[in-house]
Design a protein around this ligand. Structure first.
Ligand code: ADP
Ligand code: MG
Length: 266
């Protein structure tokens, strides 16, 4: 299984002439065990009014522990669709998707909810916070749902508020914050249960470029300190300067995946 997943990852690399055998130096150090998520031969077809649209076309991709990968492509290229099927918010039409060792295509909706809570973090362009809750309560929310004890939850929320620089705003309702501050709350919330994989869909698109830059620097830092894998969708080429890996998508097809050979994480 691991071999076919790795072959899947290098399939995208073939488009720039990298031979299949040079999968990456990760393989030589046993990086199969470091696979966090993978897609093999994934299609997603939407149908509306009898018209079919193939939003993902035979996508194969492997994400490794501590990757910081930017998924870049024009609007409508399939970025959100890829994040949604990988994040188990939607099901693919065809293909295999594994997240944290689980074949998600065969799981019940309840099992997928539990997997999302334990293993996935989501960051959206529009923050998607609970407006009536404070900064503290928004970050605490997924910890409570996951059954964390009060003392552990408090310690985790306090640590995350420090990481995102919002300790002084802990009791503020999130509607009273700026866009950049709201996105920092959303980032802390996404990381609350220490997910293996964080999916961010255009996390800087609603922010000015300076604020967007600080958000990306924060994500870079948390990628290191939390040892989590990040996949960040963006149509903004500037976001690529923060990437350890870039994955290019056009018309539902992954056209290029660069950088995975360069990172052998300790
Ligand atoms: P991106 O995030 O790169 O802008 P999307 O994944 O949102 O692209 O969309 C890819 C393609 O799928 C687009 O042509 C879009 O119109 C179409 N699409 C996305 N979601 C749906 C849906 N729920 N129903 C029908 N078509 C959709
Ligand atoms: Mg999108």
């Amino acid at each position: 299984m691991a071999r076919s997943l790795i072959a899947g990852s290098s399939q995208a690399g073939l488009s720039r002439g990298r031979p299949l055998a040079a999968t990456s130096s990760r393989e030589s150090v046993g990086m199969e065990s470091q696979i966090i998520a993978s897609l093999v031969g994934v299609d997603k077809v939407y149908e509306s009014d009898g018209v079919k649209l193939k939003a993902l076309d035979d996508v194969s991709l492997t994400l490794y522990r501590r990757d910081f990968a930017v998924l870049v492509g024009a609007s409508g290229s399939g970025k959100s669709t890829l994040l949604n099927v990988l994040g188990t918010l939607d099901r693919p039409t065809r293909g295999e998707i594994r997240v944290a060792g689980v074949d998600v295509t065969t799981q019940s909706d309840n099992a997928l909810s539990r997997l999302r809570l334990a293993s996935l973090g989501f960051i959206f362009q529009s923050f998607n916070l609970v407006d009536v809750l404070t900064v503290y309560e928004n970050i605490e929310y997924p910890l409570i749902i996951a059954g964390a004890g009060p003392a552990a939850a408090r310690e985790r929320v306090q640590w995350l508020m420090e990481q995102v620089g919002l300790t002084a705003h802990r009791s503020h309702r999130v509607t009273h914050l700026s866009g950049g501050q709201r996105q920092r709350v959303a980032i802390a919330r996404a990381l609350a249960n220490s997910p293996a994989l964080v999916l961010a869909d255009e996390p800087t698109a609603a922010l000015d470029s300076k604020t967007g830059e600080t958000i990306l620097e924060l994500l870079n830092r948390l990628n290191e300190s939390e040892q989590a894998t990040f996949l960040i969708a963006s149509h903004d080429q500037k976001v690529m300067s923060h990437a350890k890996r870039t994955i290019k998508i056009a018309d539902g097809t992954v056209t290029e995946s660069c950088g995975e050979e360069a990172y052998v994480y300790p």
